[in-house]
Design a protein around this ligand. Structure first.
Ligand code: ZN
Length: 198
């Protein structure tokens, strides 16, 4: 039987996404065995993030400064804004290092089922950024789900009338995907987004 402190730590870790009670216990044991090397570093890193974490007032990214590192980066192209549902999408896209513009985090997606309305998302912030001018393109990088696409459609309507290009991620065959393993929705998207052979 583990002590109350160890139990508390294990149950705190078990609430993390991707970690169940079993892996949480394994993580605790791992940390206890590396008390001097890894545990201290983890405690310091957690405390540093707890003390400095802020939401970027420009784009909604989570960082240790406001404006965030991306918004403050002068090498980034301010004429292009990529709109995503959540911070995790921003981080995923940015890890790919393909997009050199700025981002805008909505904080979710429209959902009749979950009662998420346009005013619940950071749409006003996006419109304000576009209204300010200096933006040529808005990339709607919503997830390829029904709600994601509903959100993209709604945003495209709200952005109509601004002198900007509105683009959307192409949905289609995943790299390495074999046709007969794909679901019909993905196949239909891939077929619709077909392009001339260059
Ligand atoms: Zn930012």
């Amino acid at each position: 039987m583990a002590s109350q402190e160890i139990e508390t730590l294990a149950s705190a870790l078990a609430r993390l996404p991707g970690l169940g009670p079993r892996s949480a216990r394994r993580a605790v044991l791992w940390l206890v065995k590396r008390r001097d090397s890894s545990l201290g570093a983890l405690v310091d890193a957690l405390a540093a993030v707890r003390d400095t974490l802020v939401e970027c007032s420009v784009c909604g990214n989570v960082d240790t400064r406001d404006p965030c590192g991306i918004c403050a980066d002068p090498r980034r192209d301010t004429r292009s804004i990529c709109v995503v549902e959540d911070v995790s999408d921003l981080w995923a896209l940015d890890r790919a290092k393909l997009f050199t513009g700025k981002y805008h985090v909505l904080g979710g997606k429209l959902s009749a089922l979950d009662g998420v309305r346009p005013e619940d998302l950071n749409i006003a912030g996006l419109l304000a950024r576009v209204e300010q001018g200096g933006v040529d393109e808005v990339v709607l990088a919503m997830n390829a789900t029904l709600e994601g696409q509903t959100t993209a459609h709604y945003l495209a309507e709200r952005l109509e009338g601004f002198p900007i290009r509105i683009t959307q991620l192409a949905h289609g065959l995943p790299v390495g995907g074999e046709l007969d393993y794909l679901d019909e929705g993905t196949l239909a998207q891939a077929l619709r987004a077909r392009r001339p052979v260059s």
